[in-house]
Write a protein that binds this ligand. Structure first.
Ligand SMILES: [Fe+2]
Length: 290
């Protein structure tokens, strides 16, 4: 069975391509960084489907919506699957992009993990690269694209203008709420991100699935890898504690592998499978609750 995605994007990759355009790989020849004007031009040059995606994402990700999704998925009662089975499940997700030029979802996962492995990082880090996007199976449960991917941001407090396309928050009903629209909202200043609800998507869902099995550094990478306003733009410091600031070095260490790990040769899934099956067994039980 193949499942179509609901939303304006041709594929989930279209959002990721947009993040890549927003944060281009630093030039290793030490050329000057893109200036602010060029960064602003990014918004103008964003393609219509991606703009529309951000618009509805910012409109509908409210504190109430996120609370409801946390309740719905928090019990993880949908499926019992091994990690590899979840990879194969994600692979059934089809999109409108050209199947001849695009990698499968499993190949995407393997590109990230193989780049981490090639740099000699620890095994938990390699495994994190493999599984960090598995929460995209939310699409296969019928969740719309805006509730699966996209930059994440806190809800229940004022939206930062460091979040991509901040103007679109004007359509979010929480913007007029007497508590949710304030700087700290429902949170205590410096309470720590663990107490802060982020917009719902594949990051938080996969964190919930993996939280009993991986080291904390890995869990930070999974949970906050799309939180660009924080790990790239430095926003939301007022909600973070010192432990978050310390752990965010891992989130930043992970980000280049998420954005820049395109390999010239597509990963050979069958050849790599034995290595990864062994790696998965080292950390996860045979069946995991999803
Ligand atoms: Fe992701």
């Amino acid at each position: 069975m193949q499942a179509q995605q609901q939303g304006p994007l041709q594929s989930l990759d279209e959002w990721e391509d947009d993040v890549h355009a927003r944060y281009p790989e630093p030039d290793k020849s030490f050329a000057p960084h893109k200036d602010t004007a060029e960064f602003r031009n990014y918004e103008k040059s964003t393609r219509p489907s991606v703009r529309e995606f951000y618009r509805i994402n910012h409109q509908f990700q409210t504190y109430g919506f996120v609370s409801e999704k946390q309740r719905e998925y928090g019990g993880r009662t949908r499926k019992q699957m091994s990690i590899w089975e979840a990879m194969e499940f994600l692979n059934t997700l089809v999109d409108d992009s050209d199947p001849d030029t695009d990698l499968s979802q499993i190949q995407h996962l393997l590109q990230t993990s193989e780049a981490i492995r090639a740099d000699g990082h620890p095994r938990w880090f390699v495994l994190t690269g493999l599984i960090h996007d598995l929460g995209k199976i939310l699409c296969l449960y019928g969740e719309p694209q805006w509730a699966v991917v996209g930059d994440t941001f806190p809800v229940g407090c004022k939206f930062s203008d460091k979040v991509v396309f901040p103007d679109f928050f004007s359509e979010n009903p929480d913007g007029d709420h007497p508590v949710y629209s304030t700087e700290n909202g429902v949170y205590e200043p410096g309470c720590g991100l663990d107490k802060v609800a982020l917009s719902w998507g594949h990051d938080e869902y996969m964190y919930q699935v993996a939280k009993d099995y991986l080291p904390e550094s890995a869990l930070y990478m999974i949970r906050y890898h799309s939180f660009y306003a924080a790990h790239r733009e430095g926003a939301y410091q007022h909600l973070m504690n010192n432990h978050d600031r310390e752990m965010f070095k891992w989130v930043r260490a992970f980000n280049p592998y998420d954005l820049y790990s395109k390999s010239p040769v597509p990963p050979d899934v069958d050849a790599l499978r034995p290595y990864y099956e062994e790696l998965i067994t080292e950390f996860f039980p045979a069946k995991v609750a999803w």
